[in-house]
Structure formats: structure tokens, C-alpha cells
Ligand binder design. Structure first.
Ligand SMILES: *Cc1c(COP(=O)(O)O)cnc(C)c1O
Length: 413
């Protein structure tokens, strides 16, 4: 509990709590670029976390969809610990086995005869790799030197580097950072005719999230990804899918695009990939991957052995047929609970959306206050877009815990 402050004239003899010290330290020493909740989290186990004052929370956001298997999953801890005690880092001048084990898994799941993986450290970097891949593919492999533009979608989120924030078709993320890199065009999500109007002799690729995460948990409409695939094939464009938030089994398949009957040319991964350790990846077909030969792209830390070992252990548990089925079923449970809640609170609950364990409840206003009250009531969730409260539970969260979470959410409305 945060102690109530006395009047400013009173000199309190009580020492400040850990939380008070942290809030004060952050105010003085951290860049003020985040809107942080006044909680210091110190320990996590599965679906639960504890703060510095000993309070327990049901964590249904899990580091924004990063801790796929929950906090400190024993199998991932064991894999990371074994690697920590063996070899930390050597760069990509040499081979390391955890990175290759991870590449074997990701490329097999991506399909195609000869897929390839590139490793980096974050989602933005994985998308940066997609952008560089698309341009260099058109320029150097397809011989289409004028094809540089990438079409993305309003409400998307692709990262915070200059190129990926420009791919992110939301003005609030771009404001003040001009001049922005050239070569991005925006279409309304789901509007195939608008995309067709944007496609021209300078178009290189289309980049899309199967479910817009930060934009408010908004799934692409049925048939949209396959229509984009057909459009790409017709015009010689690459279909790039941002699976940073949806990947690694969260939506009920290893990658969310697999529910749309399409094969992309390349995808980006990060968030859940390392169960909370920083690692990102781009996976692409061999034909397209030829665009980035020796010397054209790289990352010092990319595919770090500890992060890769954690990712291998995560993948092996998160993408079994049983785990995928369980995620799909828990998603159906969340939808049912969400729709029942909407029926009890019509008007207050506007919509429920998502797939598997990526779920959003849109409220009619004051969503940030709802998130804060959830926290006060012992539930961690966060805001996606202006009006949507996002749930990205760990795959180990039980049906009972999910129901408890939705009940806590209802009490917080
Ligand atoms: C979070 C996210 C990113 C950016 O990932 P970072 O690791 O923060 O750079 C990119 N795309 C999507 C879809 C995301 O959800």
C-alpha cells in the first residue's frame, strides 16, 4: 500500500515505501516517455505477480503479450539458466546452437521448402528487417528499382524506429519526428479497393498485422489476407505479416496468418518469442531471403544464445497441438464471458474482439480509468488504442483464473 501523505507542513518520520522511492526515483532519473502505473513489480510466478508492498495481482497482460508461458516458467528458466552457465554471447561471427535450433523450428512452421530466419532483439527491429528485405528484394532480386513503397494500414502498430513508426499508420506516434522516411502509403484496414488504388509501379510490398494489437485488438476481416495475397501475386509485391503480437501460438495456431489460408513471403516475430527475454526474428522464404546476402544486414546481439535457448524451450511448449487447442478454447471462453458481460452492461461494454489469448473489451469511455481500477482490484490489463482494454494472458492461465479476471474487470467498470 502507498502510505497517505500528511499535509505538506507535517514532517513524516516514517521511511518512504519501496513504491514511493521508486516513483520518486523514476520522476528524477527516467525519461518521462511512459505513462507508468504506480506499482513496482518484484516477483512473478505463472499468471501471478507481486509488488514491492507484497500485494498479489492476476497478470492478464504478461509484459504485453511477452511472457507466453507465464512468469518464470520452470522449463524456460532451466533452459536459460543452463545456457547462462555455459556461454552468454559471441556475436554472429560464429555459429551458436540455440540459435540454429530456434531457426529450425521457426522455418519448419513457416513452411515453404526452404525458409530462412534472421534474429534481432525486438519487434521494431524485426519489422525494420522486413522493410529492408522488401526494398532490396524488389531492387536487387526482381530488378524493379522503382519499387520501394510499402502499404500499411490505419490503426496499425509496427514499432518506434523511424522507419517502423512511419509504417505505423497512426499520426499520434509520428508527430514531431519529421522528416519521416519516404516510401510508406496507408490504407483503411479491411478496405481492399483502397489498397488496389494505392498499388502502382512504385509499390514493393504490403505489411499487415493479422490482428491489430496496439490499435485496439482489431482482427483483419475474413478473406482480407487472402485477397491481399492475390493482389500481391498479381502485381509482384511481397506480402509481409507482422506477427510480433500474434505469433508463437497465442491465437490458436503457431502463427495467426495460418488461420487465413495464406502463405506470406516474410513475417516478423518478437514479443512471446523469448517468454520475456528480448529476442525478435524475421522468417522468410528462401527466394525472398536471397535479397539479403552476406554483409547487407545484421545485429550484434541478434539470436543471443541465452534468449534463443529460452525461445526454443518456449516454442516447444507453446506450439504443441494440445497447447494450441487450449489457447483457442480459452479464447472462446473469453468471448463467451465478454459477451455475457456485454449483455449485463450494454452501452458500457461496446464490443469484444480478438482470437485465442489476445482479447479486447471496448468500453464506451474512460478506458484508462477502468485499467487503473482493475489494478486497484488486483488485475493487470492494459489499454490498446483509446477505448479498448487488452487481455494477453499467459497460456498457463486456467479457465477459472480467466473467469476471475473478467469478474474483476466487471467490478472495475
Ligand atoms: C509490440 C509490437 C511491435 C514493436 O515491438 P517492440 O519490441 O516494442 O519493438 C511491432 N509490431 C507489433 C504488431 C507489436 O505488437
Amino acid at each position: 500500500m502507498i502510505e497517505a501523505k500528511g499535509s505538506s507542513a507535517t514532517v513524516s518520520s516514517a521511511a518512504p515505501s519501496r513504491t514511493e522511492r521508486a516513483v520518486d526515483s523514476a520522476k528524477h532519473h527516467l525519461l518521462q516517455n511512459y505513462k507508468q502505473q504506480p506499482v513496482v513489480l518484484v516477483r512473478g510466478e505463472g499468471a501471478w505477480v507481486w509488488d514491492a508492498e507484497g500485494r498479489r495481482y492476476l497478470d492478464l497482460i504478461q509484459g504485453i503479450a511477452t511472457c507466453a508461458l507465464g512468469h518464470c516458467h520452470p522449463a524456460v528458466v532451466a533452459a536459460a539458466r543452463a545456457q547462462l552457465e555455459t556461454l552468454w554471447h559471441v556475436s554472429n561471427v560464429f555459429y551458436t546452437e540455440p540459435q540454429l535450433q530456434l531457426a529450425e523450428r521457426l522455418t519448419a512452421a513457416f513452411g515453404g521448402r526452404d525458409a530462412r530466419a534472421f534474429f534481432c532483439n525486438s519487434g521494431a527491429e524485426a519489422n525494420e528487417a522486413l522493410i529492408k528485405l522488401a526494398r532490396r528484394y524488389q531492387h536487387e532480386v526482381a530488378g524493379q528499382r522503382e519499387r520501394s513503397d510499402i502499404i500499411t494500414f490505419e490503426g496499425s502498430f509496427h514499432g518506434r524506429t523511424l522507419a517502423t513508426v512511419t509504417a505505423t499508420a497512426q499520426p499520434k506516434y509520428q508527430a514531431g519526428f519529421e522528416p519521416l522516411p519516404q516510401g510508406f502509403r496507408y490504407a483503411p484496414m479491411g478496405d481492399l479497393e483502397a489498397v488496389k488504388r494505392l498499388v502502382g509501379p512504385t509499390t514493393a510490398a504490403i505489411l499487415i498485422e493479422p490482428i491489430q494489437g496496439e490499435g485496439g485488438v482489431r482482427p483483419a476481416p475474413p478473406g482480407f489476407l487472402s485477397a491481399l495475397r492475390a493482389l500481391c501475386d498479381e502485381h509482384g509485391l511481397l506480402l509481409l505479416i507482422d506477427e510480433v503480437q500474434t505469433g508463437i501460438g497465442r491465437t490458436g495456431t503457431a502463427f495467426a496468418y495460418q488461420q487465413h489460408g495464406v502463405q506470406p513471403d516474410a513475417i516478423s516475430l518478437a514479443k512471446s518469442l523469448g517468454n520475456g527475454l528480448p529476442i525478435g526474428a524475421m522468417v522468410c522464404s528462401d527466394a525472398v531471403g536471397k535479397a539479403l546476402p552476406s554483409g547487407t544486414h545484421g545485429s550484434t546481439f541478434g539470436g543471443n544464445p541465452v534468449a534463443a535457448a529460452a525461445a526454443v524451450a518456449t516454442w516447444d511448449l507453446a506450439t504443441t497441438p494440445e497447447a494450441l487447442k487450449a489457447n483457442a478454447e480459452k479464447g472462446e471462453l473469453l468471448h463467451r464471458l465478454g459477451r455475457e458481460l456485454q449483455a449485463r452492461r450494454p452501452g458500457r461494454v461496446v464490443d469484444v474482439r480478438g482470437r485465442g489469448l489476445l482479447f479486447g473489451i471496448e468500453v464506451d469511455g474512460g478506458a484508462a480509468d477502468v485499467v487503473a481500477r482493475c489494478r486497484q482490484n488486483g488485475l493487470l490489463v492494459n489499454l490498446a488504442g483509446e477505448k479498448t482494454v487488452r487481455f494477453a494472458p499467459a497460456f498457463v492461465t486456467s479457465a477459472a483464473e480467466l473467469a476471475e479476471g473478467v469478474a474483476m474487470f466487471e467490478r472495475s467498470l
